[in-house]
Design a protein around this ligand. Structure first.
Ligand SMILES: *Cc1c(COP(=O)(O)O)cnc(C)c1O
Length: 406
């Protein structure tokens, strides 16, 4: 059994001692939260380096999550685009997306910290389900905060979380969506620092969360290295494409290639109805530096620094910022960022369904849509991180209007 490599691999783009990626990152938190974050910061690397931790993580990734996920050569899609396209099948993970790589890693860490109770925030419910799943597996109490509006909009995921034994608490302040759920979760953690671990769902939040989540997701690129060596006789591709909400699936796919300049890394954001329509989540185009959820990053904000409500047809990309590592990868020029509209994503998702028999999540469809614009040669190797499956998005694919908060 190959152990996950949880080490920092890039000096240029890895986290600094103080939790920064270039000008971004850090821990901008209320004083009340300082002890929780400080405990985590001082112990997380020691725990990740324990052999017994890596073994338990590896075993569960294999037998519970279903890893390694295949690196699938998409023959018909490759013929269509006249290049060599591989799909990294994170959609085949237990619970249908990459998110469980992180929730599993964090709950094993929480157990070693002696925590009995897990809290998390969720928007569309995908991170809530991945968290409730690992809590059931480990027998830990699970409380999920979710905006009251989101609870109405995402009933099937609420039912899944409850069936898994989680308590779902409605956040009734503000717009009653994700940011309000995040506030409630923070409040809970301040009240219960000794018993509780807060599982954040992407490479966002105060240090050490972005680094911790990136390391847990780096299993994706660790596997790609080995699988490409087997299939192509070289350990790296020419291009890697991944969608970005907070950026956890993308950094997972990029991680072991960050210092290999022969690999062009491309991140796809959601342009929603169009970048400048007021209904968009294209953070690198519209965003400016600011503090969001405890870290300095690029975020969509008004001139007075109020967060602008993002918009995307895919709930997972509907986030007003990006993780601090992505802000650094963007400003340093290491990763290209492009924005894909709702309509482009829908078309790309349908195309994959009908050429390869794989229905992708709408988030993932943003990465697939970039194939139309990528100028790859016939001998080039292109890897697309297929972050999740599209069963949850059937109604949207079918054109049933979804209730949105705008
Ligand atoms: C949550 C989610 C995303 C967006 O989150 P990242 O942290 O940017 O990866 C993308 N794809 C799927 C399938 C998701 O569930």
């Amino acid at each position: 059994m190959i152990l996950p490599s949880l080490e920092k691999v890039s000096q240029r783009f890895g986290v600094s001692e103080r939790g920064y990626y270039g000008a971004f990152g850090g821990a901008y938190i209320p004083e009340m939260l300082y002890p929780n974050i400080e405990t985590l910061r001082t112990v997380y690397l020691d725990i990740l380096r324990e052999h017994s931790f890596q073994q338990e993580f590896a075993l569960l990734l294999r037998d519970y999550v279903g890893r390694p996920t295949p690196l699938y050569f998409a023959q018909r899609l490759s013929e269509l685009y006249k290049t060599r396209i591989y799909l990294k099948r994170e959609d085949l993970n237990h619970t249908g997306a990459h998110k469980i790589n992180n929730t599993l890693g964090q709950i094993l860490l929480a157990k070693r910290l002696g925590k009995r109770r897990i809290i998390a925030e969720t928007g569309a419910g995908q991170h809530g389900v991945a968290t409730a799943t690992v809590c059931a597996r480990m027998g830990l109490e699970c409380v999920i905060y979710m905006g009251a509006v989101d609870i109405e909009r995402q009933k099937p995921n609420v039912e899944r979380m409850r069936l898994l034994g989680a308590e779902v608490i409605a956040a009734r302040s503000g717009s009653q969506t994700l940011k309000d759920a995040t506030n409630e979760a923070m409040r809970d953690w301040i009240t219960n620092p000794d018993t509780t671990h807060y599982i954040i769902g992407s490479v966002v939040g105060p240090h050490p969360y972005p680094d911790m989540v990136a390391r847990f997701q780096s299993i994706i690129s660790q596997e790609i290295v080995q699988q490409l060596q087997e299939k192509e006789g070289r350990s790296y591709p020419d291009y890697i494409l991944a969608c970005v909400g907070g950026g956890s699936n993308a950094i997972g796919a990029f991680y072991h290639f960050l210092d290999n300049d022969r690999v062009t890394l491309i991140a796809l954001e959601a342009a929603g109805k169009g970048i400048h329509t007021g209904y968009s989540a294209a953070t690198t185009v519209l965003g400016r530096p600011g503090v969001l959820h405890g870290s300095k990053t690029l975020l969509m904000q008004t001139d007075d620094g109020q967060v602008v409500e993002p918009f995307s047809i895919s709930a997972g990309l509907d986030y007003p910022g990006i993780g601090p590592i992505h802000a650094h990868l963007f400003t340093s020029g290491r990763v290209e960022f492009h924005a894909i509209t709702d309509d482009e994503a829908l078309q790309a998702g349908k195309l994959l369904a009908q050429t390869e028999g794989i229905i992708p999540a709408l988030e993932t469809a943003h990465a697939l849509a970039y194939l139309d614009k990528l100028n790859a040669q016939p001998h080039h190797v292109v890897v697309i991180n297929l972050s999740g499956r599209g069963d949850k998005d059937l109604q949207t694919y079918m054109g049933v209007p979804q209730e949105r908060p705008h």
